[in-house]
Design a protein around this ligand. Structure first.
Ligand code: FAD
Length: 281
């Protein structure tokens, strides 16, 4: 059995033609690592729907196995069905299925209150052909009431038909391994691939992490604060922290690494090279 960890890269849909050119340039460069798949996020509430579709189409045309993200909150069954049909026509074989967070101002959650219901719906409507990825949270989801219920709900997504999971990012490998171990004890045996967020900007990272519940260890946070106006030092420190984390994960047998690229080539490329992945020409 081939146990080489698989790479995957996540992108977000750009809003401008220049952003699109940048995205495809980043995709071209990172595709040279021959990732298992790439994925394109989707703004819950529908804000980036066309952008996601276009980016997915472009990446598929460029030869990448591409997984659109779909989100359930604030949407209808018909909308999900027609969106997935459109993706199937493009040749999509994998989806990242999420609940999503309601954009500010929206209060109506709609039919899909949790990702579990959307996973079940996709399975019921489209059978077993699509590979379904779901989200998982080693540092726990901000709405989680306890580790035990979080695992229970995670298991329900798996029982509804998820094939594998990608985690929210984290900087403490122990939290990931504890989560995987507890998942296994709860009877969850799908691959749980760590999501890896390169560190490139202090303010953005703090804002994201506060919103999504990812913990930044105090020693990392303090150094980032110290370097926040010293770009080269921050970049160098960020690369070292994330490279070390990836080595730790790989040394302990993770099934893959999923990079949140933020549509940037350099940090992801540098980390992948440092941890031993080679680009083809
Ligand atoms: P769920 O699995 O539904 O869980 C959400 C919360 O509800 C958890 O606290 C869970 O414990 C709880 N819960 C679950 N089921 C129940 C239940 N039956 N009763 C009570 N509580 C329950 N967001 C986007 O908008 N677009 C994206 O493209 C996107 N991509 C992402 C990619 C990855 C890999 C990850 C990890 C997250 C992504 N997100 C995205 C963010 C995601 O939408 C949010 O984290 C969201 O808050 C939770 O989504 P989920 O699918 O994990 O939800």
């Amino acid at each position: 059995m081939d146990t080489t960890p698989e790479l995957s890269f996540e992108f977000f849909p750009p809003r401008t033609p220049a952003g699109n050119d940048n995205l495809m340039a980043v995709h071209t460069e990172l595709a040279k690592f021959e990732p298992h798949f790439v994925s394109v996020t989707y703004g819950a509430g529908g804000s980036t729907q066309d952008g996601t579709y276009d980016a997915v189409k472009n990446m598929l045309s460029a030869g990448s196995s591409t997984a659109p993200h779909i989100t359930g909150v604030g949407t209808s069954r018909d909308h999900i069905k027609s969106t997935i049909r459109g993706y199937l026509e493009l040749g999509v074989k994998r989806l990242v299925v999420l609940r999503g967070d309601l954009p500010g101002g929206m209060v109506e959650r709609g039919h899909f209150k949790y990702a579990e219901q959307l996973v079940q719906f996709v399975r019921d409507e489209f059978g077993d052909d699509l590979h379904i990825e779901v989200g998982a949270y080693p540092d726990f989801h901000p709405e989680s009431s306890s580790p035990a219920t979080e695992l229970q709900y995670f298991k329900r997504k798996v029982d509804a038909g998820a094939n594998s999971a990608i985690t929210q990012y984290f900087y403490n490998a122990d939290s990931y391994f504890a989560f995987v171990e507890e998942s296994l004890r709860s009877g969850i045996d799908i691959p749980i691939v760590p999501g890896v967020m390169p560190i490139t900007n202090y303010a953005t990272l703090i804002r994201f992490s506060d919103a999504c519940g990812a913990e930044i260890p105090r020693w990392v946070r303090s150094r980032l604060e110290q370097y926040q106006h010293d770009e080269p030092s921050l970049q160098a420190f960020g690369l070292d922290v994330v490279t070390h984390l990836c080595f730790d994960l790989l040394d302990n047998g993770v099934p893959g690494l999923h990079f949140y690229t933020l549509n940037k080539t350099d940090p992801v490329k540098e980390i992948c090279q440092r941890i031993g992945f080679q680009q083809t020409n």
